[in-house]
Write a protein that binds this ligand. Sequence first.
Ligand SMILES: Cc1cc2nc3c(=O)[nH]c(=O)nc-3n(C[C@H](O)[C@H](O)[C@H](O)COP(=O)(O)O)c2cc1C
Length: 392
Amino acid sequence: MPAPDYDSDGSRRGSRLSDVADYRAAARRRLPDFLFEYIDGGSYGENTLAANVADMAALTLRQRVLRDVSTLQMQTEVFGQTLSMPVVLSPVGLAGMYARRGEAQAARAAKAAGVPFSLSTVGVCTIGEVAAAATPPWFQLYMIKDRGFMAELLATARQAACPVLLFTVDLPVPGSRYRDARNGLNVASPAARLRQAIDGLAHPDWFWDVLVRGGPQSLGNIAAASTDLGALQEYMGWIGRNFDPSVTWKDIDWVRERWPGPLVLKGVLDAEDARAARACGVDGLVVSNHGGRQLDGAPSSVAALPAIVEAVGDDLTVLMDGGVRSGLDVLKALALGAKACLIGRAWAYALGAGGEAGVSGMLAILRQELRLAMSLTGCLDVREAGRSLLTD
Ligand SMILES: Cc1cc2nc3c(=O)[nH]c(=O)nc-3n(C[C@H](O)[C@H](O)[C@H](O)COP(=O)(O)O)c2cc1C
């Protein structure tokens, strides 16, 4: 069901939400501050987060004219799946805290738009709940220390027919996210819990939708392995204690033995690592710095992308994420060699702003922006987007 203040096309009654920045502003109003900051923030000085956006903005598209743009091909194929446009919803943790059963809502919006939804290991909804609500999601794997549990989780994803496994490799330890630290997301402190409770009560729509009607609020996929997690609000601290920092390239073999389908490493930023990934036999990469939430000072995704495409683009499917806030950004990333873009904050803001209808509205905006960008650059087919779409 669309949230009450949304029309069926996802636009907000009375005041239209026209771009991702509008969804961000709407999410800021609706969500408790500690949750908005969790979505919005990055690590340390947030320089990489800013660079993801700024470097994307600095790329200039070539305006071309008189090219008969009446028919555009926006579909593409990734890992045997047809995407209605080259966009995938990135795995985002705790989405079920932004809106009631948020992962299920976003997955429904993604299905309606014809694009894949990726479910985080640390999502609130389970793989089964998302599959029942929409379709089996791409599943994102974090390696936690309990390998027996990890093997079971992979078996669950396989049995649910998840079409792609995204193995996130840029978070052996959580980045230092100072906004979360200030909001008490990494400590089990009664004072922080009280502040968060007051924050929640000050946002009654969210409180009613998520806390009253949206339970259970647990990490659905790993609930059995996270019984020591008191409340989701303390979960950054739990991650620090339970994620496995000893992961190496050898563990790719361990995953591979348990996952016969497309295996994609998410969080590769270096061409040498990309070549190592190819040697391990993975099927694809997501060029990503985790949305600027891990190593601050790392290059932006869009700056790292060309060297990785050059190193392994003929052999592996190279996707990217980080800083994609519009359909124009999608086209820029394709121009630099990505086969498709993942979007993180764009859908997280939209979900927080308006649930399923919000995500549908945001995806419709992205599609329209991509269509216009293709029309005005004379790009007739997303599969043929290349360097010639950029000015230099
Ligand atoms: C609130 C939030 C939670 C995230 N949680 C996860 C996660 O659980 N697993 C993961 O692989 N990446 C996670 N990411 C990273 C995203 O998948 C993606 O790499 C990043 O958001 C892309 O940058 P963008 O937000 O600029 O689009 C998260 C990002 C955000 C903003």
